[in-house]
Design a protein around this ligand. Sequence first.
Ligand SMILES: C[S@@+](CC[C@H](N)C(=O)[O-])C[C@H]1O[C@@H](n2cnc3c(N)ncnc32)[C@H](O)[C@@H]1O
Length: 253
Amino acid sequence: MPISDEQRARTIERFERHRRTWAENPALRALYAEWYGRIADALPSPAAGPRVEIGSGPGFARNFVSDLELTDLVRAPWHDREVSADALPYRDASLGAIVLLDVLHHLPSPRRFFAEAVRVLRPGGRLVMCEPYISTLSYLVYKLFHDEPLAWRVDPLADHAAGDARDPFDSNQAIPTLLFGRARPAFEAAFPALAIRHLEHLAGPSYPASGGFSRAPLLPWPVWSFLHRLEARLPSAVLRRIGFRLLVVIERI
Ligand SMILES: C[S@@+](CC[C@H](N)C(=O)[O-])C[C@H]1O[C@@H](n2cnc3c(N)ncnc32)[C@H](O)[C@@H]1O
């Protein structure tokens, strides 16, 4: 569906607002440094082929992974090109890696995007994503305090699982958890060429305590920073219950 000029202007305004919030909030910058660091560690070597980020939005990736091509459905001055996730403008088997941070749960058709990823990734190439994760704790926080919807009773591989009114920020935060949890067998049956290599739960209460992009930080920076360091020591079984983020590493076989 084409994007109207008004939607385009609203989206760029939102990117600019997020860039200002990010510049003013050290907790958000620390979280993004951690997430992009984890993404960078999971990427194949640059020799595997070009690396592209889909849905770069405010463009924070530029600070952490220098050789990523930055793209978005709505092109801003800091993006390298305009790209829609469901019709990737790349040749078959031409990319080494695709990165998504907070994007999969916004796509009108995750199924079309995965089909495109199969087509454009080289064998051995990787799709690395960091997305919202619905744990016992994050369910309550996302449901009660976050402005994005969370719809649990959907088929995450159905078109419009992230909503019908197609604004680039429409979303369903449950999609990544559903896809790599209860719907994992359906995902694996639909995309036998995509092998899930690694799933990891990240970010405990330090994430909501950062204030995100819509609130002021809940804790002074030194206290927040202490909490963040403490969380890094938590065993994975605890983060499974209280985590807010899911790292997904998929390989094209
Ligand atoms: C929550 S923002 C995340 C932005 C950035 N990755 C970050 O973490 O700061 C979601 C982004 O996905 C983009 N997006 C939504 N639908 C898209 C699509 N079909 N193809 C490509 N990008 C899309 C939006 O324009 C927006 O920039």
